[in-house]
Design a protein around this ligand. Structure first.
Ligand SMILES: [Zn+2]
Length: 372
Protein backbone atom coordinates (compact mmCIF):
# COMPACT_ATOMS: atom_id res chain seq x y z
CA UNK A 1 0.00 0.00 0.00
CA UNK A 2 1.23 3.43 -0.88
CA UNK A 3 0.81 7.01 0.27
CA UNK A 4 -0.26 5.91 3.75
CA UNK A 5 2.62 7.72 5.40
CA UNK A 6 0.87 10.97 4.48
CA UNK A 7 -2.00 12.00 6.77
CA UNK A 8 -5.13 13.20 4.92
CA UNK A 9 -4.49 15.46 1.88
CA UNK A 10 -6.68 13.22 -0.29
CA UNK A 11 -7.16 15.86 -2.97
CA UNK A 12 -3.40 16.21 -3.50
CA UNK A 13 -2.85 12.45 -3.41
CA UNK A 14 -5.52 11.95 -6.09
CA UNK A 15 -4.03 14.64 -8.25
CA UNK A 16 -0.52 13.20 -8.06
CA UNK A 17 -1.79 9.70 -8.81
CA UNK A 18 -3.59 11.05 -11.88
CA UNK A 19 -0.44 12.86 -13.01
CA UNK A 20 1.60 9.65 -12.69
CA UNK A 21 -0.95 7.46 -14.47
CA UNK A 22 -1.34 9.89 -17.35
CA UNK A 23 2.40 10.44 -17.65
CA UNK A 24 2.01 14.23 -17.43
CA UNK A 25 4.43 14.86 -14.60
CA UNK A 26 5.63 18.45 -14.48
CA UNK A 27 9.35 19.15 -14.30
CA UNK A 28 8.96 21.35 -11.21
CA UNK A 29 6.33 21.42 -8.48
CA UNK A 30 5.66 23.80 -5.66
CA UNK A 31 3.94 22.24 -2.66
CA UNK A 32 2.68 25.11 -0.54
CA UNK A 33 0.54 25.39 2.57
CA UNK A 34 0.89 25.71 6.34
CA UNK A 35 3.71 24.27 8.45
CA UNK A 36 3.45 20.60 9.34
CA UNK A 37 0.57 19.66 7.04
CA UNK A 38 2.58 17.05 5.11
CA UNK A 39 4.27 18.79 2.16
CA UNK A 40 7.66 17.11 2.66
CA UNK A 41 5.96 13.81 3.54
CA UNK A 42 4.00 13.98 0.28
CA UNK A 43 7.14 14.88 -1.70
CA UNK A 44 8.94 11.82 -0.31
CA UNK A 45 5.91 9.64 -1.07
CA UNK A 46 5.78 11.02 -4.61
CA UNK A 47 9.47 10.13 -5.03
CA UNK A 48 8.67 6.64 -3.79
CA UNK A 49 5.86 6.23 -6.34
CA UNK A 50 8.14 7.43 -9.15
CA UNK A 51 10.87 4.96 -8.21
CA UNK A 52 9.05 1.89 -6.91
CA UNK A 53 10.32 -1.24 -8.65
CA UNK A 54 7.05 -3.14 -8.24
CA UNK A 55 4.22 -0.77 -8.81
CA UNK A 56 3.91 2.52 -10.67
CA UNK A 57 0.92 4.17 -9.05
CA UNK A 58 0.90 2.91 -5.48
CA UNK A 59 4.42 2.54 -4.11
CA UNK A 60 4.68 -0.98 -2.66
CA UNK A 61 6.63 0.13 0.42
CA UNK A 62 8.65 -3.08 0.49
CA UNK A 63 10.91 -3.19 -2.59
CA UNK A 64 14.57 -2.14 -2.28
CA UNK A 65 13.82 1.23 -3.85
CA UNK A 66 10.87 2.05 -1.56
CA UNK A 67 12.90 1.11 1.48
CA UNK A 68 15.89 3.22 0.44
CA UNK A 69 13.63 6.22 -0.12
CA UNK A 70 12.03 5.73 3.29
CA UNK A 71 15.52 5.90 4.78
CA UNK A 72 16.30 8.95 2.58
CA UNK A 73 19.22 6.97 1.18
CA UNK A 74 18.17 6.42 -2.43
CA UNK A 75 20.61 7.77 -5.05
CA UNK A 76 17.63 9.18 -6.97
CA UNK A 77 16.47 11.23 -4.00
CA UNK A 78 18.10 14.46 -2.92
CA UNK A 79 16.67 16.34 0.04
CA UNK A 80 17.97 19.91 0.12
CA UNK A 81 17.67 22.04 3.26
CA UNK A 82 19.43 24.88 5.08
CA UNK A 83 22.98 24.06 6.19
CA UNK A 84 25.61 25.98 8.12
CA UNK A 85 28.56 27.45 6.23
CA UNK A 86 31.71 25.38 6.79
CA UNK A 87 35.07 26.78 7.78
CA UNK A 88 36.82 28.30 4.74
CA UNK A 89 34.02 27.06 2.52
CA UNK A 90 34.56 28.19 -1.07
CA UNK A 91 32.08 28.67 -3.85
CA UNK A 92 31.66 25.35 -5.69
CA UNK A 93 32.64 23.18 -2.70
CA UNK A 94 30.66 20.14 -1.66
CA UNK A 95 27.91 21.63 0.60
CA UNK A 96 28.84 19.37 3.51
CA UNK A 97 32.53 18.96 2.61
CA UNK A 98 33.85 21.64 4.94
CA UNK A 99 31.50 21.16 7.89
CA UNK A 100 33.05 20.23 11.22
CA UNK A 101 32.51 16.76 12.64
CA UNK A 102 29.92 18.12 15.10
CA UNK A 103 28.03 19.85 12.30
CA UNK A 104 28.10 16.72 10.15
CA UNK A 105 26.80 14.63 13.02
CA UNK A 106 23.99 17.08 13.57
CA UNK A 107 23.06 16.92 9.86
CA UNK A 108 23.08 13.11 9.98
CA UNK A 109 20.95 13.07 13.10
CA UNK A 110 18.41 15.42 11.50
CA UNK A 111 18.24 13.19 8.42
CA UNK A 112 17.71 10.17 10.64
CA UNK A 113 14.82 11.92 12.41
CA UNK A 114 13.33 13.01 9.08
CA UNK A 115 13.53 9.44 7.74
CA UNK A 116 11.83 8.17 10.88
CA UNK A 117 9.14 10.82 10.68
CA UNK A 118 8.73 12.81 7.45
CA UNK A 119 6.84 15.46 9.47
CA UNK A 120 9.96 16.25 11.46
CA UNK A 121 11.10 19.83 11.00
CA UNK A 122 14.82 19.75 10.13
CA UNK A 123 16.79 22.17 12.26
CA UNK A 124 20.57 22.24 12.08
CA UNK A 125 22.30 24.76 14.40
CA UNK A 126 23.52 27.91 12.60
CA UNK A 127 21.85 26.83 9.35
CA UNK A 128 20.24 30.11 8.36
CA UNK A 129 19.62 29.56 4.67
CA UNK A 130 19.86 27.13 1.78
CA UNK A 131 23.35 27.61 0.41
CA UNK A 132 24.41 28.28 -3.14
CA UNK A 133 26.69 25.24 -2.92
CA UNK A 134 23.71 23.01 -2.18
CA UNK A 135 21.92 24.29 -5.28
CA UNK A 136 25.08 23.97 -7.41
CA UNK A 137 25.28 20.38 -6.26
CA UNK A 138 21.67 19.85 -7.35
CA UNK A 139 22.52 21.33 -10.73
CA UNK A 140 25.40 18.92 -11.23
CA UNK A 141 23.32 15.91 -10.23
CA UNK A 142 20.28 16.94 -12.27
CA UNK A 143 22.43 16.66 -15.38
CA UNK A 144 23.08 12.95 -14.70
CA UNK A 145 20.62 10.24 -15.65
CA UNK A 146 18.52 8.47 -13.04
CA UNK A 147 19.30 5.05 -11.57
CA UNK A 148 17.25 1.95 -12.32
CA UNK A 149 14.89 3.60 -14.75
CA UNK A 150 13.32 5.79 -12.06
CA UNK A 151 13.27 9.55 -11.71
CA UNK A 152 15.69 11.75 -9.87
CA UNK A 153 13.70 13.72 -7.33
CA UNK A 154 15.10 16.87 -5.77
CA UNK A 155 13.14 18.10 -2.77
CA UNK A 156 13.99 21.67 -1.77
CA UNK A 157 12.48 21.76 1.70
CA UNK A 158 11.40 25.18 3.01
CA UNK A 159 12.47 26.66 -0.30
CA UNK A 160 11.91 30.20 1.02
CA UNK A 161 15.17 29.71 2.92
CA UNK A 162 17.20 29.94 -0.28
CA UNK A 163 19.29 33.10 -0.34
CA UNK A 164 19.30 35.29 -3.46
CA UNK A 165 22.30 33.54 -4.98
CA UNK A 166 20.81 30.09 -4.43
CA UNK A 167 17.43 31.21 -5.83
CA UNK A 168 19.00 32.50 -9.02
CA UNK A 169 21.03 29.36 -9.47
CA UNK A 170 17.92 27.20 -8.97
CA UNK A 171 16.03 29.32 -11.48
CA UNK A 172 18.67 28.51 -14.11
CA UNK A 173 18.39 24.83 -13.29
CA UNK A 174 14.61 24.95 -13.65
CA UNK A 175 15.05 26.54 -17.06
CA UNK A 176 17.00 23.50 -18.30
CA UNK A 177 14.52 20.63 -17.91
CA UNK A 178 15.88 17.11 -18.14
CA UNK A 179 13.51 14.22 -18.64
CA UNK A 180 14.97 12.26 -15.71
CA UNK A 181 14.69 14.97 -13.03
CA UNK A 182 11.76 16.26 -11.02
CA UNK A 183 11.94 19.21 -8.65
CA UNK A 184 9.66 19.64 -5.68
CA UNK A 185 9.89 22.85 -3.72
CA UNK A 186 8.02 22.96 -0.43
CA UNK A 187 7.14 26.13 1.46
CA UNK A 188 4.80 27.68 3.99
CA UNK A 189 5.78 31.14 2.73
CA UNK A 190 5.17 31.16 -0.99
CA UNK A 191 5.27 34.96 -1.17
CA UNK A 192 8.96 34.89 -0.26
CA UNK A 193 9.94 32.96 -3.37
CA UNK A 194 11.03 34.64 -6.61
CA UNK A 195 7.98 35.09 -8.87
CA UNK A 196 10.09 33.69 -11.72
CA UNK A 197 10.60 30.47 -9.73
CA UNK A 198 6.90 30.20 -8.87
CA UNK A 199 5.93 30.66 -12.52
CA UNK A 200 8.11 27.68 -13.51
CA UNK A 201 6.37 25.36 -11.05
CA UNK A 202 3.16 23.39 -11.02
CA UNK A 203 1.45 24.72 -7.88
CA UNK A 204 -0.19 22.34 -5.42
CA UNK A 205 -1.86 23.80 -2.36
CA UNK A 206 -2.02 21.80 0.89
CA UNK A 207 -4.90 22.37 3.31
CA UNK A 208 -4.60 22.33 7.09
CA UNK A 209 -5.41 18.88 8.49
CA UNK A 210 -8.83 18.48 10.09
CA UNK A 211 -9.12 17.92 13.85
CA UNK A 212 -10.40 14.40 13.12
CA UNK A 213 -7.39 13.58 10.94
CA UNK A 214 -5.00 14.89 13.58
CA UNK A 215 -6.75 13.07 16.40
CA UNK A 216 -6.75 9.82 14.44
CA UNK A 217 -3.04 10.19 13.58
CA UNK A 218 -2.10 10.92 17.20
CA UNK A 219 -3.95 7.83 18.37
CA UNK A 220 -2.70 5.43 15.67
CA UNK A 221 0.86 6.74 15.20
CA UNK A 222 1.73 8.02 18.64
CA UNK A 223 -0.43 5.94 20.94
CA UNK A 224 -2.03 9.05 22.46
CA UNK A 225 -5.15 8.46 24.52
CA UNK A 226 -8.42 9.62 22.88
CA UNK A 227 -9.26 12.68 25.01
CA UNK A 228 -5.69 13.92 25.07
CA UNK A 229 -5.53 13.45 21.27
CA UNK A 230 -8.73 15.50 20.85
CA UNK A 231 -7.34 18.30 23.00
CA UNK A 232 -4.03 18.43 21.12
CA UNK A 233 -5.82 18.23 17.74
CA UNK A 234 -7.85 21.25 18.82
CA UNK A 235 -4.72 23.23 19.68
CA UNK A 236 -2.53 22.21 16.75
CA UNK A 237 -4.03 24.46 14.06
CA UNK A 238 -4.16 21.75 11.40
CA UNK A 239 -0.46 20.93 11.73
CA UNK A 240 0.75 17.46 12.64
CA UNK A 241 4.21 18.85 13.37
CA UNK A 242 2.69 21.28 15.91
CA UNK A 243 0.67 18.42 17.38
CA UNK A 244 3.90 16.45 17.91
CA UNK A 245 5.49 19.47 19.55
CA UNK A 246 2.49 19.83 21.84
CA UNK A 247 2.94 16.20 22.89
CA UNK A 248 6.21 17.16 24.49
CA UNK A 249 4.69 20.09 26.40
CA UNK A 250 3.42 19.54 29.90
CA UNK A 251 -0.22 20.14 29.08
CA UNK A 252 -1.50 19.23 32.52
CA UNK A 253 0.54 21.99 34.11
CA UNK A 254 -0.24 24.51 31.38
CA UNK A 255 -3.95 23.86 31.61
CA UNK A 256 -3.72 24.30 35.36
CA UNK A 257 -2.17 27.71 34.74
CA UNK A 258 -5.06 28.73 32.50
CA UNK A 259 -7.57 27.72 35.20
CA UNK A 260 -5.53 29.55 37.83
CA UNK A 261 -5.72 32.69 35.69
CA UNK A 262 -9.52 32.51 35.64
CA UNK A 263 -9.57 32.01 39.41
CA UNK A 264 -7.45 35.10 39.96
CA UNK A 265 -9.46 37.04 37.41
CA UNK A 266 -12.79 36.31 39.03
CA UNK A 267 -11.52 36.47 42.60
CA UNK A 268 -11.01 39.56 44.71
CA UNK A 269 -7.21 39.71 44.72
CA UNK A 270 -5.98 42.40 42.35
CA UNK A 271 -2.24 42.13 42.98
CA UNK A 272 -1.68 38.44 42.16
CA UNK A 273 -3.61 38.95 38.91
CA UNK A 274 -1.32 41.80 37.88
CA UNK A 275 1.64 39.56 38.59
CA UNK A 276 0.09 36.74 36.62
CA UNK A 277 -0.54 39.01 33.63
CA UNK A 278 3.08 40.09 33.74
CA UNK A 279 4.24 36.49 33.94
CA UNK A 280 2.12 35.40 30.96
CA UNK A 281 3.13 38.34 28.80
CA UNK A 282 6.72 37.43 29.58
CA UNK A 283 6.44 33.73 28.80
CA UNK A 284 9.30 34.06 26.38
CA UNK A 285 7.92 33.66 22.94
CA UNK A 286 4.68 34.37 21.16
CA UNK A 287 3.91 30.72 20.57
CA UNK A 288 3.93 30.07 24.35
CA UNK A 289 1.49 32.96 24.93
CA UNK A 290 -0.64 31.72 22.07
CA UNK A 291 -0.70 28.20 23.50
CA UNK A 292 -1.72 29.55 26.89
CA UNK A 293 -4.58 31.48 25.26
CA UNK A 294 -5.70 28.42 23.32
CA UNK A 295 -5.78 26.33 26.47
CA UNK A 296 -7.82 29.05 28.13
CA UNK A 297 -10.13 29.01 25.09
CA UNK A 298 -10.53 25.23 25.20
CA UNK A 299 -11.38 25.40 28.89
CA UNK A 300 -14.05 28.07 28.29
CA UNK A 301 -15.38 26.08 25.35
CA UNK A 302 -15.75 23.10 27.67
CA UNK A 303 -17.63 25.20 30.23
CA UNK A 304 -20.02 26.16 27.43
CA UNK A 305 -20.40 22.58 26.18
CA UNK A 306 -21.05 21.33 29.70
CA UNK A 307 -23.67 24.01 30.36
CA UNK A 308 -25.53 23.49 27.09
CA UNK A 309 -25.05 19.80 26.25
CA UNK A 310 -23.60 18.00 29.24
CA UNK A 311 -20.43 15.94 29.63
CA UNK A 312 -20.46 14.44 26.15
CA UNK A 313 -17.80 16.08 23.98
CA UNK A 314 -15.71 17.64 26.76
CA UNK A 315 -12.02 17.96 25.91
CA UNK A 316 -10.94 18.50 29.51
CA UNK A 317 -12.92 15.62 30.93
CA UNK A 318 -10.48 15.40 33.85
CA UNK A 319 -11.50 18.94 34.83
CA UNK A 320 -15.16 18.04 35.16
CA UNK A 321 -15.27 19.06 38.83
CA UNK A 322 -13.72 22.49 38.19
CA UNK A 323 -15.93 23.07 35.17
CA UNK A 324 -19.08 22.13 37.09
CA UNK A 325 -18.28 24.40 40.00
CA UNK A 326 -17.42 27.24 37.60
CA UNK A 327 -20.81 26.92 35.90
CA UNK A 328 -22.59 26.82 39.27
CA UNK A 329 -20.81 29.95 40.43
CA UNK A 330 -21.24 31.88 37.19
CA UNK A 331 -24.50 30.64 35.66
CA UNK A 332 -24.93 33.73 33.52
CA UNK A 333 -21.34 33.96 32.25
CA UNK A 334 -21.30 35.01 28.59
CA UNK A 335 -19.11 32.12 27.52
CA UNK A 336 -19.54 32.48 23.76
CA UNK A 337 -18.56 36.13 24.03
CA UNK A 338 -15.56 35.23 26.19
CA UNK A 339 -14.46 32.69 23.57
CA UNK A 340 -14.66 35.34 20.86
CA UNK A 341 -12.41 37.58 22.95
CA UNK A 342 -9.88 34.79 23.35
CA UNK A 343 -9.87 34.18 19.56
CA UNK A 344 -9.42 37.90 18.90
CA UNK A 345 -6.49 38.00 21.33
CA UNK A 346 -4.84 34.99 19.67
CA UNK A 347 -5.07 36.87 16.36
CA UNK A 348 -3.43 39.93 17.97
CA UNK A 349 -0.58 37.79 19.31
CA UNK A 350 -0.05 36.50 15.76
CA UNK A 351 -0.03 40.07 14.42
CA UNK A 352 2.81 41.17 16.71
CA UNK A 353 0.55 42.97 19.22
CA UNK A 354 2.34 44.26 22.32
CA UNK A 355 1.95 41.28 24.65
CA UNK A 356 1.40 42.98 28.06
CA UNK A 357 -1.31 45.09 26.44
CA UNK A 358 -2.97 42.13 24.68
CA UNK A 359 -3.04 40.03 27.87
CA UNK A 360 -4.33 42.92 29.99
CA UNK A 361 -7.01 43.70 27.41
CA UNK A 362 -8.06 40.07 27.39
CA UNK A 363 -8.23 39.99 31.21
CA UNK A 364 -10.53 43.02 31.26
CA UNK A 365 -12.79 41.63 28.52
CA UNK A 366 -13.00 38.20 30.16
CA UNK A 367 -13.90 39.65 33.53
CA UNK A 368 -16.67 41.64 31.90
CA UNK A 369 -18.02 38.60 29.98
CA UNK A 370 -17.73 36.01 32.72
CA UNK A 371 -18.65 37.84 35.91
CA UNK A 372 -21.70 39.54 34.44
ZN1 LIG B 1 8.30 -0.34 -4.02
Amino acid sequence: MGWERVIGQHRVKELLRRVISSGTIAHAHLFWGGEGVGKDAMAIEFARALNCLENKLEPCGTCASCRKIDLLQHPNLDLVFALPIGKNEQSGDDPVGSLSEDQLNSVKEQLRLKAENPYHRIEVPKANFIKINSVRNVRREAALSAFEGGKRVFIISNAEEMNAEASNSLLKTLEEPSSDSIFILTTAQKEQLLPTIISRCQLLQFDPLSEEELQEALISRNGVEKNQAALIARLAHGSYTSALELLSVDMVEQRQEAVQFLRLLLGAHKIPLAQEIERIAGLGDRSAVERWMKLLGVWLRDALVLREQGEEGLLNLDHLKDLTSFNQKFPRAKLAQALERVEASIALVGKNGYLPLVVTGLAIDLKRSLAS
